[in-house]
Design a protein around this ligand. Structure first.
Ligand code: GUN
Length: 291
């Protein structure tokens, strides 16, 4: 069993990006600038956004954190987004999801200018992604493709089972893996909460992307020998033995599944850090378009 080390790989990617930024600066070109909008004070969202800002510092990007009250109206949030759309120094920005219930997430996603949508969530960019046209790929599926590439894990002709159909991970992942592209060309089965006989399907998988958000859902008896496992889940599970009072659990029961897997991502230190690295890559692309 080989661990797909997202932490180490993301550090390599960040080093590569830092090198690019140094070159840009030496040529007197624009420094990439990413902004992140955080609404409210959800613990996990705050952690993710802080990691994104820290990653910007690490590679020499400028960053701006826009912190807004949980109670902000949809209208006021849309105004903040318009300001970011119009700020020519900002190359790209993200609005951390989920948003409070009184705000229409789709409306917010559609308010972000597609050229600054480094999350790749705007319908224009989703459409381009689905048509295999150049665009910002959503960071988590993009990070998974990059991890597979850097470890030379072949997907062509393989049966990949994706569990979960979220717009952020499962749906784009299933599209990208099926496309005619490097680390695509897979036969993809997209499964979800209404799927019947899931275990029968996962037992046929050469690779499984678990992105359903249920801790330790996928167990050893649901997978065949030599399966490749990509664990996207990262849930805080109460654990009084830990100083913070919780531990981070993936969607995969690591102990039983890792015994059968050929490759597997750990949680934490697998997909999570790759997501952040690819957000930086998208921001670099946005900046180069603005140059
Ligand atoms: N919430 C969970 N994942 C993501 C992501 O990739 N981008 C944003 N903006 N919010 C998220």
């Amino acid at each position: 069993m080989i661990l797909l080390d997202g932490k180490a790989t993301s550090n390599t990617i960040k080093d590569e990006i830092a090198e690019e930024v140094s070159k840009l600066k030496a040529l007197g070109k624009k420094t990439p600038h990413l902004a992140a909008v955080l609404v409210g004070s959800d613990g996990a969202s705050m952690t993710y956004v802080n990691s994104k800002v820290k990653a910007c510092e690490r590679v020499g990007f400028k960053s701006t954190l826009v912190k807004l009250e949980e109670s902000i109206s949809e209208e006021a949030l849309l105004k903040e987004i318009e300001k970011l759309n119009n700020n020519i120094d900002i190359d790209g920005f993200i609005v951390q999801l989920p948003l409070p219930k009184h705000i229409d997430e789709q409306k917010v996603i559609m308010a972000v200018h597609p050229d600054k949508d480094v999350d790749g969530f705007h319908p224009t960019n989703v459409g381009k992604m689905a048509l295999n046209l150049p665009t910002f790929l959503p960071a988590t599926p993009y990070g998974i493709l990059e991890l597979l590439e850097r470890y030379n894990v072949e997907t062509s002709g393989k049966h990949v089972v994706v569990i979960g159909r979220s717009h952020i991970v499962g749906e784009p992942m299933s599209i990208l893996l099926a496309q005619k592209r490097k680390y695509g060309n897979a036969t993809v089965t997209l499964t979800h909460s209404r799927t019947k006989n899931l275990k029968e399907i996962t037992l046929q998988a050469d690779m499984i992307v678990a992105a359903l958000g249920i801790p330790e859902f996928l167990t050893g008896e649901m997978v065949k020998d030599n399966v490749v496992i990509i664990d996207v889940g990262i849930t805080r599970v109460d654990d009084t033995t830990k100083p913070r009072g919780y531990r981070l659990a993936g969607d995969v029961h690591f102990e039983s599944v890792s015994k059968k897997a050929s490759y597997i991502t750990p949680v934490p230190g697998g997909v999570g850090p790759m997501t952040i690295a690819m957000l930086l890559k998208n921001t670099l692309l946005a900046c180069s378009r603005n140059d």
